[in-house]
Design a binder for this molecule. Sequence first.
Ligand SMILES: Cc1cc2nc3c(=O)[nH]c(=O)nc-3n(C[C@H](O)[C@H](O)[C@H](O)COP(=O)(O)OP(=O)(O)OC[C@H]3O[C@@H](n4cnc5c(N)ncnc54)[C@H](O)[C@@H]3O)c2cc1C
Length: 375
Amino acid sequence: MTVQHFDIAILGGGNAGMTLAAKISSKTKDKKIVVFEPQKANTKSATWSLWATKSEISTLNPFLKGQWQKWKIVTHNSEIIHESTEHNYIAIDSSKYLRSYERSLDKEVTLLPYHAELCSESDETIISADNKIFKSNLTFDSRPPELMRDGLKQHFIGWEIETEQDLEDIDTVTLMDFTVDQSKGIHFIYALPLSKNTILVESTMLSNHVEKDVWYESSIKEWLDVRDISIKKHLRTERGIIPMHKTKQRFSKVINIGVRGGAVRLSSGYSFSIIERQITALCEELELSDYNMPKKQLSYPLMFLDRVFNSVISEFPNKASEIFIKHASSMQGDEYAKFMRGSQNLILWLKVMLALPKFIFLKSLARVVLRNDHT
Ligand SMILES: Cc1cc2nc3c(=O)[nH]c(=O)nc-3n(C[C@H](O)[C@H](O)[C@H](O)COP(=O)(O)OP(=O)(O)OC[C@H]3O[C@@H](n4cnc5c(N)ncnc54)[C@H](O)[C@@H]3O)c2cc1C
């Protein structure tokens, strides 16, 4: 069997993998790089949203699907609307974003449409793909991490639809609307009004167990019905399962990146801005030839506090909507945006913690510390 050698191998050409490949290839012309990605960029139809600064918005402008200054969280008995000046909530087209990175790759980068598996590691990593063997000096892994069966997950199905009627308010994103069925766990609708007649509506759950498609779909229909919004055309569906628990490292020399490498807010599932920071930091380390694991982009105290937050909502799912409202109410719009981007400081986290129900937080804090809880 012939063995192909590369300087750098990247498993998974999603957000983290393609960003890394493009950044490395723009800086080094003498490295042979391979990216294994079984799916074509134009079939990866997802809407990635984030709170972006003005300069990030101008960089991401070619991929923008929408941008908003206002967002809201709704429960049966309360509503909070945030407005921000420094950050906008933006949505980008993942497929356009990935295709643009793909086009920017240097000819030294080989993009292979295969599922890849890590076989072993010594001085080099051995990778198998398409019944062939590949060896690389330096390997990055961004494949989706293994989900823990009993770990907290964010799981959702979203429909992008064209509506019969004009939408009432297209200036405000619905981040979480908890006025939907809560019988199977924490459940909310996320709605992005993309134009007067286009909206992305997602039924999202925070729980350990993924439901059948019909559960999410009937929740979307019900939410639309209550608002008298009829579907003129179903444009596309997106779905996802994002781990909200720690992920495992099986190969010590392989560098995990993206969600697999912990670049996700465990308490919110948002990862875009954190991945960008992770890959930028990693490229700086590579320039210094310091091939180390990327430093965590979220500090350990903040990751710990996120785990406490998750432990609270796992143990008290019936209190989740109240907690999310209190959590948002404790901050101004721009503070909330920073918090969700993972760029808040410890003082802001403490301010948030103080606004939340003390007893259940202290109980969960003890639980996380004593049982090394992985929720
Ligand atoms: C539908 C959807 C919507 C989302 N929306 C948001 C959002 O609004 N905001 C946000 O911050 N985050 C969002 N996320 C989270 C999302 O996971 C990240 O933003 C981002 O895609 C993570 O980048 P990544 O590189 O870690 O993983 P991915 O982008 O998922 O990349 C992993 C890649 O590995 C590939 N792969 C799988 N198996 C193999 C294999 N055996 N060999 C080689 N390659 C393999 C996959 O095809 C995939 O392209 C969303 C996720 C989904 C699924």
